[in-house]
Write a protein that binds this ligand. Sequence first.
Ligand SMILES: Cc1ncc(COP(=O)(O)O)c(C=O)c1O
Length: 457
Amino acid sequence: MTGAATSTTSTIEWANPAPEDVPAMVTASPGPASQMWNARMERHTAGSVTQMVKLHPVAYESGHGVTLTDVDGNRYLDFSSGIVITNIGHAHPRVAEAIGRAAAELDNVHDFATPAKVRALEALDDVTPPGMSLFTFFSSGTEAIEAAMRVARAITGRFGFVSFHNDYHGRTGGAASVTAARSSNALRDAGSYLVPSGHAYRCTFCAGSCDLRCATFVGDSVAQNLPGQLAGAVIELMTNGNGATTYRDGYVAEVARQVRAAGGVVIADEVATGFGRTGSWFASDHEGIVPDVMALGKGMGNGFPVTAIAVRDEHAAALAASFPSTSYGGNPMACAAVCAVLDVMRAEDLVGHCAELGRRALAQMTEMAERHPIIGEVRGRGALLAIELVKDRSTKEPFVEAGNFVYRAAFRRGLAWATAGHILRITPPIVMSFELMAKGLDIIEESIAEAEAHFGM
Ligand SMILES: Cc1ncc(COP(=O)(O)O)c(C=O)c1O
């Protein structure tokens, strides 16, 4: 097996300890050493970290597969993957070896060709949709979004973008302009504006019967706001930061149709959803669309900062005209990481494993929802899942205090994970075993029961 973690062990065997061995807590969490390292970090960062760190300030020392060990020696089950990054587990031997070898051979030759870069380009071509075989490498998801927007402007000769409430694309000029200000804390460029998305649970367009007005609204709105000026739409096909938001069947395809009818191109932000995370290579596979440009990141380097755009072949001239080179994009270590990750994933069919992991998890979460009235919705695909907590199922009022409570209670029990207020985010490495996924969900259920008792529900 060429992609195995070692010559004798598959990635899933290597990544997953026996369920009785994790979590293993030796101090309260966060323990004294975690608190000390966080205090020293705070001195130089002024608390400019996410709410997740503020709520439960752990400091980590090491990771192995689907586990993380903190500086106090507590071993956690990883339900976050470093915010949807370490898809095939922490410290994968094949990836570590590939990066180390590349570092010992050649650091950087800007955008000259190297065998590593060509192999990484060809590996990407093997997994992206047919007819989408043009790529440029970058170092962050935000950079890839910016580049995708430049390509869309080069294709259309237009400037404007439409994007969607609750999607997140990054914090620099263009990316922040297509992100809700509440998430990016930035003003947007003139010509970029947002519309409500058709989030199935919280759709603002219809109650009950659905005629996909949420999707046709995009065309009407472009006609009002950017007539003849639309370069494209930037869309998360399932949200990451907003907790695995899913849409009604046909929504994404209809949005794509509306955008193209208005002369724009479709940019799929697959920074989080790409590389197997949703149980398919890309979330666009589920939607039956081929975007014009995809922004890729996170899982493609499994932690090494490497991202890319994928562009349809017919847009070759626009890609060249957008002049996308960077200092670090496509460096030998980055490309070695991409090749190792894709080799392992394909050889062991980890995408297929992730699809089944998600089916089983969603079944367990659905049963959990029947037992707990605080749960408004469970949702997601593959290893991009979420539980939304509400004060009342009929009003769907978000229960942020309960979300924070459950987040901390599960962390204390040894679940390292992520939250967004009332939305609990479940994004383990895609290689997690079915048994450990079930165990992590049990920990969440115990913590939800504790919250219900605490808030008198
Ligand atoms: C969907 C999506 N797009 C873009 C980004 C930005 O990527 P980065 O943080 O690597 O710049 C993120 C980051 O979380 C994301 O989830």
